[in-house]
Structure formats: C-alpha cells, structure tokens
Design a binder for this molecule. Structure first.
Ligand code: PPE
Length: 305
C-alpha cells in the first residue's frame, strides 16, 4: 500500500515540506547500509495525541548508534522534542513515526567515521501492518529458510538499516509462499523473532519469548507485554524455544510497533487456531493502554502538547 503523505518532515532541525525531503544519491548509508532507525506510534487519546513510549524508543536509537559508532549530533531530549513537534505540525491524531540517523553525502569508501551523521523524523498515518483480519483472527506464519543474524556478525540489539536485508529476504519468501509473515531461527536453531516483530508462545498459561541471545531485538512492545502480563498475574518467561514449541503451542502471538499485537493462527501449516484467552487479554489491555485508557500505564502516553 502506498505511503499516506503528511505535510512536514524534520531534517536536521528544519521542517521540510514532504516532497522536498530528499538526500543525495551518494549518501553513504544508501550504499553501505549503515544507519539506525526507530519505528514509533502515536495514538489518539482523550487528552490529545500521545506518542507511545517515546523515551524508550529514542533511548534505543542512541544505543543502536552507539553499537555502530554513529555519533548523533543531537541529545535524546532534542530528538524527543523534535518527534513531538513532527506529530504536532502534521496535525496527526494517530500516526507512525520514523526517526532515522544516517551517514550523509561527502565521502565514499567503507570507513564511516568521516561522514556527517544526519537525522530526519517523518510521521504519517499507517493502519494495521498485518491487516485488520490478522489482528482479529491471527496470521499464518512460516519458518524461514533464512536464519537470523549471528550475534557476532550483525548485532541484533542494533536497529540498523542494513540489518533489514535479512528480514526482507524472509518476508519475500513468506509472501511468495502464500504466508503472511516469517519466523526466523538463530544460527543455533532457536526461534528468534519475526521479520519486524517479537514472538511469544503460550504453554500451560505461561508466556514464553526468546531472549536477545537468540537474535531478537529488545522490543518495546515486547516489554509492554511483559508488564501487562505481570499485572494480570500471568507468568512470563524469557527462554529459548525451538520450532516444535511453536507447533504445539496453546497460543502464539507477535508484537511490534508497526504490527501492534497480532495472534498467530498457524505455523508451517500446523494449526494453532483462533486467538486464545491469554492473547486476547494482552491484546485488549494493550489497545486500551496505547489510547491512554489505563491509569496504571499513563506514563507510556507521552503527549505532544
Ligand atoms: N524485531 C524486529 C526485527 C523489529 O524490526 C521490530 C520492530 C521488533 C522486533 C519489535 O520492536 P518494537 O517495535 O520495539 O516493539 N519493527 C519496526 C519496523 C517495522 C517496519 O516494517 O519498518 C516497527 O515495528 O516499527
């Protein structure tokens, strides 16, 4: 689906009209894939638009940059304010927000340390990533023939632009094979995550999700699931799982900013079925929380005005 354009994009401190937000074709990151980004959502609440967990997202952006030795020329507070400004000036009650730090035009060659780091922040309306039907009835998944990165070849904790070639290969394979989404295994054979989401299984009432050491990004939605589960009195564990754990799960679901919380209805043609009670409960609290309807999670709603 084509992107729904908004009005202004923040580029290194300037608010630039959408159509003029361009970079040079010799931009370093375009050639060598060294950039870091975030995916954030703002939701409409009864007291105006609120960015969901903005501060942890900006913190992760800076951690990703630290891993790749990109020196972002702004403070986290400046980018938090800039993000809020982008939501405000575009008059968007709810939207998806994409900050990116990238190496600009100036030098070529593999040494990234000499290139200027630029930052831009765009926001636009973006509906459900895996479809409304997916959110309600679950998605059909396959285990990809592509593996997640080894932790010592590409650091999964960094949300780096180039890392997403791996996700795209898995996504292409899944779509061409008639599935909604792919699950990647680590080089050690453990379940890692999906192309742009964390994964969870529910067994005997316990929620289990793979750890960072299985090659998964530390998801901010995943962390929200952990907190919601704890508050609901549902046991939650971070542990290695293998592919047969998915096949025999009582329930399974995925989480991500773009995807939100989506039930998994089958994996490799093994039926898990319609969303189960644990998935539905987590989903329902999550969707209330993002809209500012849960008092206990009010600090997750970072208002823009
Ligand atoms: N794993 C990966 C690989 C990933 O890209 C994401 C977010 C997550 C887990 C979940 O993290 P969090 O959003 O903090 O809960 N993926 C982003 C990019 C999606 C895209 O298509 O672009 C997102 O959801 O914004």
């Amino acid at each position: 689906m084509p992107i729904t354009e908004s009005k202004l994009i923040w580029m290194d401190g300037e608010l630039v009209p959408w159509a003029d937000a361009k970079v040079h074709v010799l931009t370093h990151t375009l050639h060598y894939g060294n950039g870091v980004f975030e995916g954030i959502r703002a939701y409409e609440t009864s007291s105006g638009p609120a960015v969901f967990r903005l501060t942890p997202h900006i913190k992760r952006l800076f951690n990703s940059a630290k891993i790749f030795m990109l020196d972002i020329p702004y403070t986290p507070d400046e980018l938090i304010e800039a993000t809020k400004e982008v939501v405000r000036v575009n008059d968007l009650p709810s939207c998806y927000i994409r900050p990116i730090a990238y190496l600009g035009y100036g030098e070529m060659g593999l040494n990234p340390l000499t290139s200027k780091v630029s930052v831009s922040i765009a926001a636009w309306p973006w509906g459900s990533y895996l479809g409304d039907d997916g959110i309600e009835h679950g998605v059909r998944m396959m285990i990809s023939s592509w593996q997640r990165h080894d932790v010592n070849s590409m650091p999964p904790a960094a949300k780096g632009t180039g890392m997403y070639i791996n996700s795209q290969m898995a996504k292409i394979e899944a779509i061409k094979s008639g599935y909604d989404e792919a699950i990647l295994l680590s080089p050690q054979g453990y379940v890692s995550e999906c192309t742009g989401e964390n994964i969870f299984v529910v067994k005997n009432g316990v929620i289990i999700t793979p750890p960072v050491s299985a090659g998964a990004l530390e998801g901010i939605t995943q962390d929200a699931v952990r907190t919601i589960a704890a508050d609901l009195g549902i046991e939650y564990r971070e542990a290695h799982i293998v592919r047969s754990d998915l096949y025999t799960a009582d329930e399974a679901f995925l989480s991500g900013t773009a995807a939100e919380i989506v039930p998994i209805r089958s994996v490799d043609e093994r039926e898990i079925g319609e969303p189960g009670p644990v998935t539905k409960e987590i989903q329902s609290v999550f969707f209330s929380a993002v809209r500012g309807e849960v008092d206990r999670y009010k600090d997750w709603n970072e208002h823009v005005v």
